[in-house]
Design a protein around this ligand. Structure first.
Ligand code: 6PG
Length: 233
């Protein structure tokens, strides 16, 4: 059973940010640098803002944190649907992280296959910390139910197709999730309750519910997203 942290909607962002800050700090103290792959979408925005503000800002040695992305949409980096754009506004710009520490997925390149190979070349073999979200259909990163990317075991970054726009994406693959030292999943809102329930079910099939690939991680849920879990054993 995964580690669950179930909190009120109000408490969730700061609690998650504190958890992430502690991992980033400890890992940096242990090994000198830390790789941190960000989730996209909209839910993490408040968590990123808490990380970039006092008091957590001062806890993390940001000068040795290398930021990566779990997936990206095929849009320009200043597009409102860009995961990079969201992270820039919520976390990276407020922290003033140097460009050399922020590794954008170039999903807006014309040749997505080449962009995937280029990102794979800079992505650490094992991420220290991977933050993932979950879609209401059970996807995570841009690994969608039944998609070829969901079953990829050789490559670590591949082009992917989403069922909703922006359709073209780049995404990490299941081996990257499996290899990460710390996997943390964030879900908030009643719309995610069924996907969370299916992903954490004992018989969860990661082909049908790709977020089940992260069931070994620590799941930060608000009470609405956890509503489908019933009585917590
Ligand atoms: C993306 C994300 C994706 C996201 C979920 C949840 O590019 O869409 O990486 O995996 O985490 O779709 O998104 P929300 O937080 O917006 O609900």
């Amino acid at each position: 059973m995964p580690a669950l942290r179930i909190l009120s909607p109000r408490a969730l962002p700061t609690a998650l940010a504190s958890f992430l800050a502690a991992i980033l700090r400890h890992t940096a103290q242990q090994q000198g640098r830390t790789s941190f792959a960000l989730a996209g979408g909209t839910t993490p925005q408040t968590t990123y803002a808490a990380l970039a503000g006092p008091p957590l800002r001062a806890i993390v040695p940001w000068h040795v944190i290398d930021v990566f992305f779990g997936d990206e949409r095929a849009v320009p980096p200043d597009h409102p649907h860009s995961n990079y754009h969201m992270a820039m506004k919520a976390l990276i710009e407020p922290l003033g992280l140097p460009a050399g520490q922020v590794h954008r997925m170039h999903a807006d390149d014309a040749d997505l296959a080449a962009a995937a190979r280029a990102y794979e070349a800079i992505l650490p073999d094992r991420l220290d910390l991977l933050l993932l979200g979950i879609g209401d259909d059970g996807h995570t990163a841009s690994l969608f139910p039944g998609s070829p990317a969901r079953s990829e075991q050789g490559r670590r970054v591949v082009p992917a197709r989403a069922p909703r726009p922006p359709f073209d994406r780049l995404t990490i693959t299941p081996p990257v999730i499996a290899a990460a030292h710390h996997v943390v999943v964030l879900a908030a809102g009643a719309g995610k309750a069924d996907a969370v329930r299916r992903a954490l079910a004992d018989d969860a099939d990661p082909v049908l519910v790709p977020a089940a690939l992260a069931r070994h991680g620590t799941w930060f849920l608000d009470t609405a997203a956890a509503a489908g879990l019933g009585a917590i054993p």
